[in-house]
Design a protein around this ligand. Structure first.
Ligand SMILES: [Fe+2]
Ligand SMILES: [Fe+2]
Length: 423
């Protein structure tokens, strides 16, 4: 974790503590000890079973539905308590996997979210409102405050920690932790709060069932994406058995294409798709003869005809295994040239999808900086000279500039190349 991230977490913790003190001093703690024990216990049980969204490092927990119901029932102080303590999952105590700072951030984040939502609820006189339209609108507005403060704080810390743009990260989290999901939890929390008011805490265990059904539906949806991702990593491994260079090349091109796309300010959702396409870009080589792929001499016309087919074969194969519908097209065009002299369709300039232009640039850089049967690897500076010459003819100059900026930033991935050159 970066130093700046630590500083932000420290500031957020101070805000969370101050907000808690203010709320506890200003508003009544309306819940009884039994209420607190039941709600806290259920929140902790649900928190122990989060749903991971594969490949996105996001885990949605169902525990917050209960914390939110706690705000609706008893106001801001119980909201802070349930969100701060009830959100602790056993996983978080594994400090080998998760830094303690992450634990602190999670508490600070959730206390601030519950604090802001609870504060608004108290200001709007929510705890004493009767159930009706006014109550519904108040409850909805605090759900939105909770959701927005949660994604904002999460994006703030992730963008600082990973050196990404805040707005892009915020857009990514907004699109991945959908507002629809939050609204579903909102309705569930509303039902829980109302029946708790009418029937008391004895009915609470019943709500575990719908919450777990909601969780199961999430898992089903997540499993579909996970299966696709697993299929891709299996294929990359398979590609490695066939030709180890193409497999490791695909992984490097995917990393570099991701970095270039981020440098160019593309959205995180698109970056994820570009990474997917870059991983699969040379899949079409799987049917090619190794003699052609590793031939040190010039290729014959017949051999070039074989090579020309790989983007089309790749497009075809990726239709079956990519969960993103645009990916096959980007793979098809990864050997187009900016001046229109590429293959398979001879597209020119902006007619080539930007995603394919990015993959083409990462592809060219990797080919120059790695040993091939027909050429020795070159260092970063030589590669830059070569790529500058290709800008406008083979490659998009905007993408080449973005690549240079990525190299400037000295990512550890490219440091290896520099060290190699200095030897
Ligand atoms: Fe290729
Ligand atoms: Fe390639």
């Amino acid at each position: 974790m970066r130093k700046e991230t630590g500083r932000i977490i420290y500031i957020l913790s101070i805000i969370a503590i101050s907000l808690s003190i203010y709320i506890i001093k200003s508003y009544h703690f309306r819940a009884s000890l039994t209420d607190v024990i039941i709600l806290l216990a259920l929140a902790l049980i649900l928190e122990a079973f989060p749903v991971e969204i594969p490949g996105r490092q996001i885990a949605l927990s169902m525990g917050f539905t209960l914390s939110y119901a706690g705000i609706l029932l008893f106001g801001a102080p119980i909201g802070i308590l349930l969100n701060g303590l009830g959100s602790i999952s056993p996983e978080e105590f594994n400090f080998r996997l998760h830094e303690p700072k992450k634990f602190i951030f999670n508490r600070a984040n959730l206390v601030i979210c519950a604090g802001l939502a609870g504060l608004l609820y108290e200001i709007l006189n929510g705890p004493s409102l009767d159930f009706g339209w006014r109550y519904f609108l108040v409850a909805l507005s605090i759900a939105l405050v909770y959701w927005f403060s949660n994604v904002t704080l999460l994006s703030l810390v992730v963008s600082v920690d990973k050196g990404r743009r805040f707005i892009g990260t915020l857009a990514y989290y907004i699109s991945n932790i959908s507002i629809i999901t939050y609204l579903l939890h909102f309705f569930l929390a509303l039902v829980i709060a109302q029946s708790y008011k009418l029937l008391g805490p004895v009915v609470m265990p019943i709500y575990i069932v719908p919450i777990f059904i909601a969780r199961y539906l999430f898992i089903l949806a997540s499993e579909v994406s996970r299966t696709y991702d697993q299929a891709i990593s299996t294929l990359i491994k398979l590609l490695g058995v066939f030709d180890s260079y193409t497999s490791s090349h695909s992984l490097r091109v995917a990393q570099l294409a991701e970095d270039i796309a981020r440098e160019m300010g593309l959205s995180e959702t698109r970056i994820e798709r570009i990474r997917n396409a870059a991983l699969l870009h040379d899949l079409g080589k799987i049917g090619l003869s190794l003699n052609i792929l590793n031939k040190p001499d010039k290729l014959t016309k017949e051999e070039w005809t074989q090579i020309y087919k790989h983007p089309i074969v790749g497009e075809d194969l990726s239709k079956e295994i990519s969960r993103f519908k645009e990916v096959p097209l980007w793979i098809r065009h990864h050997h187009e040239r900016y001046n229109g002299n590429g293959y398979p369709d001879g597209l020119r300039g902006e007619y080539i999808p930007i995603e394919s232009r990015i993959i083409a640039c990462a592809d060219a850089f990797d080919a120059i900086t790695t040993d091939r049967p027909y050429s020795k690897r070159k260092g970063i500076e030589e590669a830059k000279i070569e790529l500058s010459k290709s800008a406008n003819s083979q490659l998009d100059p905007k993408v080449v500039s973005a690549l240079f900026r990525v190299l400037e930033k000295n990512s550890s991935l490219y440091n290896d190349l520099k060290i190699e050159k200095e030897k």
